[in-house]
Design a protein around this ligand. Structure first.
Ligand code: AMP
Length: 203
């Protein structure tokens, strides 16, 4: 099974993808954002800091290396526009594969701003916390012992840019994938969102 999860920044894709991957035995392909943050390449850093999309070729190369010849996997954060969706389609078609389902986590802009400004990530392992809904056990510290930090692009003005890019470039993918789309209310508790996704996937 090949899945893609879509949703605005802060819609909970990262939390859901881990659970889905475990339950359905899928390789979790890390999002381009996570891969870029690990590599720390200065060329891409300027795009990320301002909330703009990194050029398509750079993203495709990274993601396709991660996919390799894996049969069952779930994607997050890629594709994010029509051109990337076409590139992915060509990549899969050449390997006699196809995307089975696309999960869309629907969350309003106000909720997104609220969530992201409270988001903290571990500087060591990359795990996400939310100061209100999913706080760390010890203030400022991850379970792995790493220090929790706020992402540079999680400031309110950058979030608005990222949300606008989502609206302009990524939202059109809902129509592009309408035949395989599963729409989920992403404003519910994490566990309930997961249950709704599972129900739809086993239908
Ligand atoms: P994320 O962690 O998914 O919020 O992504 C953080 C940043 O990484 C985005 O604001 C973009 O600058 C870059 N990025 C992530 N995914 C993509 C993609 N599919 N195409 C281009 N840039 C991306």
């Amino acid at each position: 099974m090949i899945l893609l999860i879509l949703g605005p920044p802060g819609s909970g894709k990262g939390s859901q993808i881990e659970k889905i991957a475990r339950k359905f035995n899928l390789k979790l392909i890390p999002s381009p954002g996570d891969l870029f943050r690990k590599i720390g390449n200065s060329e891409v850093r300027k795009y990320i800091a301002s909330g703009r999309l990194v050029p398509d070729e750079l993203v495709a190369k990274l993601i396709f290396e991660e996919i390799g010849d894996t049969e069952n996997f779930i994607l997050e954060g890629y594709p994010r526009n029509i051109s990337q969706a076409e590139t992915l389609k060509n990549f899969l078609t050449k390997r006699n594969k196809k995307l089975d389902k696309v999960i869309y986590l629907k969350v309003s802009e106000e909720e997104i701003i609220n969530r992201i400004t409270n988001r903290r990530i571990c500087s060591r392992c990359g795990r996400n916390y939310n100061l209100i809904t999913n706080p760390p056990k010890e203030e400022g510290k991850c379970e792995c012992g790493g220090e929790l930090i706020q992402r540079e692009d999680d400031r309110e003005e950058v979030i608005r840019t990222r949300f606008n890019i989502f609206r302009k470039q990524t939202e059109v993918l809902l129509d592009y994938y309408k035949q395989k789309l599963i729409v989920i209310d992403g404003e519910q508790l994490i566990q309930k969102v997961f249950e709704d996704i599972c129900k739809e996937l086993v239908k």
